[in-house]
Write a protein that binds this ligand. Structure first.
Ligand SMILES: [Fe+2]
Ligand SMILES: [Fe+2]
Length: 264
């Protein structure tokens, strides 16, 4: 991690004050996600320290990587001419609800869903970004967050193996979190669309697609969406299963050697 540095030349020129404000909002949201991921990973690592030292170390390293992202984002925000700002109302409510989760499988499931929408958002933003420094920042985040998705699938399996709570609880959490994430695209577009140029319909569809495909593929987790849910979300099961997943275990294996990862 420490060998990889951001190449930040002269400050970026924005086409309008709105675009600059939106860029700062976009990377502030990323900063808060990293911060939350770091804290949750280290808390879980401490919980697992005695029962499963290897899993605990893995969680520790994963949290450290989020900490590294947070550090890069702090540097990047300064380069944009911005800074880390206090959280807005929606974001604060989101993270305070999340911080109240106690069951390990609940924490990991929400984390897994955050990683999924994070890597999806970064990838969509990368598709549209042109500035080399913005592309470098988004490439690092897309690459690492894509790896965090299958990593959290692994954590979730480990948590479920130890869990005694009823499966409906996790399903209920999945559905409420999915609804909240889809709803979050409205304020997110208001704040960041002038920078990332991702239309709301595209972002919401991408969230629904990736969060459905993930659990269709990992169907032993018991969270695969039903035919009715897919119809409500406007998705087709056959289409989902056909498309190459960027967050599958296969993709994770390809991501093992960071220097050779090609972010597509
Ligand atoms: Fe991260
Ligand atoms: Fe992550």
């Amino acid at each position: 991690m420490l060998e990889e540095r951001l190449d930040l030349p002269e400050p970026m020129a924005f086409s309008s004050p709105e675009e600059r404000a939106a860029a700062i909002a976009f990377f502030n949201a990323a900063f808060r996600a990293e911060e939350s991921g770091l804290r949750q990973a280290h808390e879980l690592s401490a919980v697992m320290a005695n029962s499963d030292p290897e899993l605990s170390e893995c969680l520790k390293l994963y949290g450290d990587e989020e900490g590294w992202h947070r550090q890069l984002l702090t540097e990047f925000l300064a380069w944009l001419g911005g800074s880390v700002r206090p959280m807005g109302r929606t974001t604060r409510t989101f993270y305070s609800l999340y911080a109240r989760a106690h069951r390990m499988e609940s924490i990991v499931l929400v984390n897994l869903m955050f990683e999924t929408i994070g890597s999806t958002t970064y990838r969509l933003a990368l598709r549209r970004a042109t500035h080399p420094a913005v592309r470098q920042m988004l490439t690092i985040l897309t690459r690492d967050e894509s790896f965090h998705v299958p990593l959290n699938v692994h954590f979730l399996r480990a948590a479920l193996a130890q869990s005694s709570s009823a499966p409906w609880r996790l399903r209920a959490l999945y559905h409420s979190t999915l609804a909240a994430l889809l709803a979050s695209t409205v304020p997110s577009r208001r704040r960041a669309e002038s920078f990332d140029h991702i239309p709301r319909s595209v972002l919401a569809k991408a969230y629904a697609t990736e969060l459905s495909r993930l659990f269709l593929e990992e169907d032993d987790l018991g969270l695969a969406p039903s035919a009715l849910q897919l119809r409500v979300l406007g998705l087709d099961r056959a289409d989902l299963m056909r498309g190459a997943s960027t967050v599958s275990l296969e993709a994770a294996e390809k991501a093992a050697d960071r220097d050779r990862v090609v972010v597509s």
